[in-house]
Design a protein around this ligand. Structure first.
Ligand SMILES: Nc1ncnc2c1ncn2[C@@H]1O[C@H](COP(=O)(O)OP(=O)(O)O)[C@@H](O)[C@H]1O
Ligand SMILES: Nc1ccn([C@@H]2O[C@H](COP(=O)(O)O)[C@@H](O)[C@H]2O)c(=O)n1
Length: 492
């Protein structure tokens, strides 16, 4: 789904305390950045909300998936997941596989599904947690080795022939829809689909339909219509029914505090949040940043300058972790009161640009446990996508220094914080550490997670229309690892 990412309007204030710094950082832009697509899980007041779950039940080929797609299109919101019950077909043993190949396995009975896994997955997704969803292959009656990672949504659409089969499952559904279609229409559609898309021959498809599909429809599916809030005869062809359904869903969405019209955080950026701490400016810091911003700085000098800034930054960040007062005995036997870090510290780098900060942190904090999160921005949607995590075991008891080279929109950091919270880390025990932040990125993170401490060596005021920090220092990962020619390219 495509959507507008940035709108530009009036003035935002400038930052920076040192004149030298301002000369470099302040751009006389007259604009405020509005961010379309606020982070999921939050209502317009910034309170965490469970997703709205729409369950769609109906016979095979009744048009459930088609209805789901139309709801998504008409709703026009950014964070929607479509979960199909088909993903939760049980893995068959060799004997069952042989039966399936002869069209003698009953895929329409509730026992064919891993309902426990389905309930767990839908429940977690509704709470905004990450889930791994199996991918099902109808031609081989098996799960593929790949899984799809789904992560957080304001709206979840769940569809399946037995979507209302268990009370625990129905309890997760905020809106229950039943799609009704004549038996002969469904049979005709199914035969076309089974032979064209699911690798079946006509005779086998008819055998399966008469032996299992139709009897199960009569026994389990058709009677489940009584659980529905809305029954739509004819699916998407029923435009009056669809309009009523979409109106009903929109109401449910707004009742949760989500905003359909805006779906936007209005960041006027007049003042920085209290949770944000910028390193005090100094001529030394400005000169190092100047080297980093200069597109003519070669690889060696870029690495050297950025590592020096990183050392200063980590030193600064460590003053925001909690310390206890302790008494120690000195060599003359007298005691003195000092400080010791309260909790175990853990460093978590957002890969890849956060990795150099991780190395500096390891050099500076003895035996620190470290972890990594692989989050990348999808170039077509502009949304961060979460791929991989490796986190130390005791992370929930620790203060976590979350490391990324820069914070532009803040979306990757927001996703990373969400992962840490899912692993039991308390919001107030997270310190987000970055070399360069945009005002908008800081405001977005602070809006979503006001208790997270945000520490940056530098703050830039603006983002360009591609959401790169202005003036920025180019793509940090490319410049630090030398993966892109620097000279002749304009820094982004
Ligand atoms: N209202 C409709 N009119 C005509 N064809 C439809 C309609 N709804 C769905 N279809 C078609 O019927 C087939 C099955 O629809 P689908 O939504 O996949 O059903 P289900 O998810 O219930 O199995 C698809 O080829 C789809 O394009
Ligand atoms: N290996 C399988 C698994 C399921 N089916 C049939 O799929 C139908 C459910 O999917 P819909 O898209 O129609 O909702 C169900 O009726 C099963 O008979 C199958 O043929 N092979």
């Amino acid at each position: 789904m495509s959507r507008t990412r940035v709108r530009t309007v009036s003035l935002c204030s400038t930052a920076g305390s040192d004149e030298d710094e301002k000369a470099i950082a302040a751009k006389p832009a007259k604009r405020t950045v509005f961010m379309a697509g606020r982070p999921p899980w939050y209502d317009v007041a910034g309170k965490q909300q469970e997703a709205l779950v729409i369950g769609i039940c109906g016979g095979s080929a009744s048009g459930k998936t088609t209805v789901a797609h139309q709801i998504i299109q008409e709703l026009g919101v950014s964070w929607v997941c479509l979960l199909s019950m088909d993903s939760f077909y049980k893995v068959l043993n060799p004997e069952e596989k042989a039966q399936a190949a002869r069209n003698e396995f009953n895929f329409d009975h509730p026992n064919a599904f891993d309902v426990d896994l389905l309930i767990d997955t839908l429940g977690r997704l509704k709470e905004g947690k990450k889930v791994n969803v199996p991918v099902y292959d109808f031609t081989t009656h098996s799960r593929l080795p790949d899984e799809v990672v789904m992560y957080g949504a304001n709206v979840i659409i769940f569809e399946g022939i037995l979507a209302f089969c268990a009370a625990e499952l129905r309890e997760l559904l905020d809106v229950k829809v039943f799609v009704k279609e004549d038996d002969d229409v469904r049979l005709a559609r199914r035969l076309v689909r089974d032979t064209k898309e699911r690798g079946r021959d006509l005779e086998g498809a008819i055998k399966q339909y008469t032996t299992f599909v139709y009897p199960a429809f009569k026994q389990f599916i058709e009677p489940a219509a009584r659980f529905a809030d809305v029954v739509i005869p004819g699916g998407v062809s029923n435009s009056v029914g669809m309009d009523m359904l979409i109106g009903y869903v929109k109401k449910g969405y707004q009742a949760r505090g989500f905003d359909l019209k805006q779906d936007i955080i209005d960041l006027r950026l007049t003042q920085m949040p209290k949770s944000f701490h910028q390193m005090p400016s100094s001529r030394q810091l400005v000169s190092l940043m100047t080297s980093m911003r200069d597109r003519d700085t070669d690889l060696d000098r870029f690495v050297f300058a950025s590592e020096r800034v990183m050392k200063l930054l980590i030193e600064f960040a460590l003053s925001f972790v909690p310390y206890d007062s302790v008494q120690v005995t000195m060599s003359d036997g007298s005691s003195v009161t000092g400080k010791r870090v309260t909790k175990q510290l853990v460093g978590v780098a957002i890969v890849r640009a956060g990795l150099p900060l991780e190395k500096v942190l390891r050099d500076m904090v003895r035996d620190i446990a470290v972890g990594q999160l692989l989050i990348q921005t999808n170039p077509s949607s502009g949304q961060p996508e979460f791929f991989h995590q490796s986190l130390p075991k005791q992370i929930h008891k620790s203060t976590v220094l979350l490391l990324d080279a820069s914070i532009a929109t803040g979306q990757a950091a927001i996703m990373a914080i969400r992962v840490l919270l899912d692993h039991g880390v308390a919001e107030e025990n997270i310190v987000l550490v970055t070399l360069l932040a945009s005002k908008m990125g800081v405001c977005s993170v602070a809006y979503a997670y006001p208790k997270v401490t945000i520490v940056a060596a530098n703050l830039d005021t603006d983002l360009d229309d591609d959401l790169h920090i202005l003036p920025g220092f180019g793509n940090f990962g490319d410049r630090f690892y030398g993966t892109t020619a620097i000279k002749g390219t304009s820094p982004k």
